[in-house]
Structures are given as structure tokens and as C-alpha cells.
Design a protein around this ligand. Sequence first.
Ligand code: SAH
Length: 403
Amino acid sequence: MKLKDGAMKIAKLKIKRDRPTRLGHPWIFSGAIESVSSEPERGETVLVTSFSGDPLGYGAWSPASQIRIRMWTSSVNEPIDDTFFQHRVTTALAIREGMNERFDTNALRLINAEADGLPGVTVDRYGDVLVGQFTTAGAERYKQVIVQTLMQQTDAVACYERSDADGRMREGLEVSNGLLAGVLPRMPIIIRESNVRYGVNIVSGHKTGFYLDQRENRRLIASYAKGRTVLNAFSYTGGFGVAAQVAGASAVTHIDLSEMALEQAKQNTELNGGMADEAARFLQGNAFQLLREFRDRSQTFGLVVLDPPKFADTKSQTMKALRGYKDINLLGIKLVESGGLLATFSCSGAVDPRMFRMVVAEAAHDAGRTVRILHELRQAPDHIEALTFPEGLYLKGLLCIVE
Ligand code: SAH
């Protein structure tokens, strides 16, 4: 096919490589592409066709990434212009209408990338402030209109950018942090999850500032915490431990590598009425090491929470990640008193729920303990998942009773 100047470039898929795209999967890997009519710019919108030339929709071109195209739409009647992004943002907001009340919070994920039809775009709301992450070439190209629409359609006072995720480097994009709109209030921003308050620093915190994906899990686990001693390993700014404190835990030990996170965890403990000095402990160090030391001293807890960072960035690291999960769960299980609880998580997308369950089962076996599941857990519903994009389920967890 010959293209006129200015006409859209066409990416043709290899023979029999169009099925996932037809089913609505948003990623097209470089190996599935037969040819492009001419080399698109970074982030440019291309028309995707099957080998035989059937149009399959429009996507954004990422020249530096293995995921060469991320689909914006499977409709060829939907031009990729400002109106398109205004619609996508409006829909994402409409889906979340009433969620603040339902989840009794002033902090929500407003846009969850692929699942909201906006690959590479993540937006969280903390009180009056929005925090955006734009991790792909396509997302970067349309950042302005997305932010403008959000500022118009919400009553937020500011939008801050935290585009410093690893994925952005894989796209060949520079880190980009800073104010995109409005005026930034003083840090930390105080958010609320039911009767628990957390200070969130969106400028210096991890990701967009806080792990909103664990909100419902914090609530559930806290409901079991009354009267228990809690070990909150990989605590970040206190999350599970502070929720447990408010719910009546008798003591909470927070462990994290990051001194800054623990400093915020201390402030969050105080913000929620404080605990007696000996009841709240903040240990800076490697959780693998510190849990081993507890084990060697035969120390036990009524509730052990394990919420480690991602151990696998890609599928190729899955085996290594599974060993990491096995080790930490083996240690964690040994520290649970008889009849106590273990809350254990994996946020590695490459580790699926069945694999994770298997690893915890192996750890239980090696620890010589009977471990039964009370609740199977996942990310909070504002972190919506697309049926056509199973990779979107990244956070899984188990709340178990250990005998
Ligand atoms: N549970 C938290 C989120 C945890 S994120 C919440 O609900 O908010 C994972 C945390 O693990 C990060 O704060 C990171 O600093 C910490 N971390 C990473 N590796 C660690 C290690 N080896 N030992 C202790 N903490 C670690």
C-alpha cells in the first residue's frame, strides 16, 4: 500500500499473530510485527493490520521497547485525538463514582493503565492532589490532554508527575518528576482509610507515594489484629501495622530497608494516637536477616505480614522470585505463634496466584506447620482489571491461619 504524506503509518502483523489483538490484548511484541510502512516516531499512532490487511485498531509505537505497540483502541472508527483521551478519562472517572464513599477513603486510583484503556497511564488521587505516572511513549505524547481533562473533571488542586518508574527507562524515556498543574500543598498529604490516617509524601515516596492497592487488605487484616502482636515486614510507611494498631493490636514491629519510610511510619503511628514506646518498634534493615534473628531467638507473633517488593520484573526472573518468596515465607511461618495469622503477598506479575499458593505450601511443609487459607486476596477494585489483560492482576495474597 502506498501512503500519502501525513497519512497514518501501518504496522502489519505476522501471519497468524493477530489473535491476541483481535481478542483485545493491548500489547504487541516486536516479534509479532511483519513490517511497518515507514518508521514511526516515538509514541506515534499507527494503524495495526493483520497479515492479510484487516484493520485491527490503533496503537502507540514504542521504538525502544520489546512491547513495540500498545493498543489504544480496536475500533478503526475512533480517531486517536484529544477527544479520544477526554472520553477515556471521563469513563475512568465514571467507573469510580461512589468509590470514595464505598471504600470510605479520600485516596483512590483513578486511572489504571491498560485496564482503563490507557496503557502507560497511572493516576492516583490523594485528597485534593493527583499524581500521574506516564511510563510509555504513547502516554508521554498525550500527557497534556489527559492532565487537562483530569483537572477539569475533578476538583483537584494540583497534578504532580512521578514518571520515574523502571518501565519508563525501557521505553527510552527520561525520568520526569514535577508539577504538571495547579499548586502543590505542603507534604505530607494526610489521607484517610476509614478511621486510619496516613501521611503521604508524593514527591519523595515510592511509586506515586502510597500503596493504595493494599487498601482493602489493610482493612481486612486489621479486623483480625485486636489483641495480637504484629510483625509488619516490608512495612514501607506503616500501612498494615498502623491499621492493626488502630484496630487494637497489642504491639507492632515495623521492618523496612528504607529509613525515610520508617520515619513516616513513626509519624503515622503518632498521627493515629500513638502507642506505648515498647509497643511500637521500627527496625531498619533487611527483613530476610531480621526475621532470621527473630527465629534464632524463638520470638513469635500473633500476626505476621509479609509484603515484599516485586522479586521478578520479567518472566525470566520468575524462578529467582519463587526462591525469594519461599525463603521469606518459610521464615515468616516459623515466627507465627500457634493459632496465629500469616498475611503474605506477592506483587510480581510474573508469579500467578497458583504459583504463589504453591510456594507458600512448600514453605509451610518445610516449616512443619499446618497452614490454612482464610482469605484469598488481590488488589483493591479501583485497580480495575481488564478481562482481556490477565497481566493486570499483579497483587495476590493469602491470609492464613497457622497451627
Ligand atoms: N506494606 C506496605 C507496602 C510495602 S512496599 C504498605 O501497605 O504500604 C515494599 C517495601 O519493602 C518498601 O518500603 C521497601 O523499602 C521495602 N524493602 C525492600 N527490600 C527489603 C528488604 N530486603 N528488607 C526490608 N524491607 C525491604
